[in-house]
Design a binder for this molecule. Structure first.
Ligand code: FDA
Length: 329
């Protein structure tokens, strides 16, 4: 499970913490995206900044038996007018997906829809999006942000789920509270995308060792599957940790829990051979494709997930300058 540099070493934790700090720093947020080395690595995680690039990538994946989720990058908008533009963009995306006949859902962050400014306006934005998705037979996921947003996110999810069937929520296995959150959500017949968690959280709130997070992921997946014996629950395992996915399978089989409808969701560009292999074996695999110009914090969280990627950025500087030098010859 989670091999490579994603171990529990204290050096790794320090590097991870430094990268996550850099993801929040306003100065770096302004300057780092201009660096060619950063952009060189970014290309591994994003097919491009435009929705058209994401659409092309989804079409390619579809031909390989992989469905998609689009996410327009951005978070913590500072004015409600920006949240309104984001909402309109999501409506356009849903229309474009329907026109193309593509199996592609969307995922939104509530702070992108205005949560820091006005929860009611955020709820209205969310309702506009989910309503349009329902009309078009599509689906909307809500990302989970750092722990300070969890209560507000769950509250808006619960209210939206009472009105619409086509909405899911991301839950993070790193948080100690998540088991209780799952228990409270079950009566709503929720759709849950279970992930390990991408934010830095304090030990009182979160498990910090890889092993404890993986154990909690496994426990939460099994609890959710047990609950889905009595009511319909859509469960997606949002992880690239193939060993962990197999562990969920093994434990579910040992407890005679049905796994046929459990999906795997991964991010574009990560463990692509595993994505293709899962699709080849007929598994339900969906890939989240991010796009948009506000990619810096999201990209830095991807770097923090695998600190060896920081070395890739350094290599990127050399690659980018080498390519420029060759171009100049
Ligand atoms: P782990 O970190 O153990 O990685 C397993 C293996 O996957 C690694 O050994 C490596 O090979 C590969 N890998 C993982 N991350 C990599 C990277 N960045 N670059 C290169 N290789 C990498 N989080 C959150 O807090 N809120 C959210 O809403 C979401 N949403 C979401 C949707 C989907 C579809 C996915 C797949 C993930 C998220 N996440 C998220 C991110 C999640 O919390 C977690 O940080 C990442 O998925 C990395 O953890 P893994 O489960 O992949 O395990």
């Amino acid at each position: 499970m989670g091999a490579e540099v994603s171990g529990d070493g204290s050096e790794v934790r320090v590097i991870r913490s430094a990268i996550l700090w850099a993801s929040r720093d306003p100065f770096l947020r302004r300057w780092a995206p201009r660096l060619r080395g950063v952009r060189w690595v970014l290309a591994k995680y994003m097919p491009g900044e435009t929705f058209e690039a994401a659409l092309d990538a989804a079409t390619r994946l579809a031909s390989q038996g992989i469905t998609a989720t689009f996410t327009h990058l951005g978070e913590n908008v500072e004015e409600l007018s920006q949240a309104d533009l984001v909402t309109k963009h999501c409506l356009d995306v849903l229309d474009r997906v329907a026109d193309q006949g593509l199996d592609a859902e969307i995922s939104v962050k509530l702070t992108h829809l205005g949560l820091d400014l006005d929860p009611e306006a955020t709820f209205e934005n969310l309702v506009r999006i989910v309503e349009r998705a329902e009309l078009l037979g599509n689906w909307v996921w809500i990302d989970m942000e750092s722990s300070e947003y969890v209560d507000r996110t769950l509250d808006l999810y619960g209210r939206a789920r009472e009105r619409f069937p086509n909405i899911g929520i991301c839950l993070q296995a790193c948080l100690r509270r998540t088991e209780e959150d799952v228990r409270k959500l079950v009566p709503l017949s929720p759709a849950i995308r279970l992930v390990k968690g991408a934010y830095e959280e304090a030990p009182p709130l979160a498990f910090t060792s890889r092993r404890a997070i993986d154990r909690n992921f496994l426990r939460l997946a099994i609890r959710t599957l047990e609950a889905s014996r009595d009511r319909r629950i859509r469960l997606a395992l949002g992880t690239h940790d193939v060993g962990l996915i197999q562990a969920v399978h093994r434990l579910a089989m040992a407890r005679q829990l049905a796994m046929d409808e459990v999906e795997v969701q991964m991010l574009y560009g990560i463990r692509t051979p595993d994505q293709l292999e899962l699709a080849r074996r007929g598994r339900d695999i969906r890939v989240l494709i991010a796009y948009g110009s506000n990619w810096y914090p999201w990209f830095m969280r991807r770097l923090a997930e695998r600190p060896a990627n920081a070395l890739l950025v350094i290599r990127g500087f050399f690659e980018a300058s080498r390519q420029t030098a060759v171009g100049e010859l």
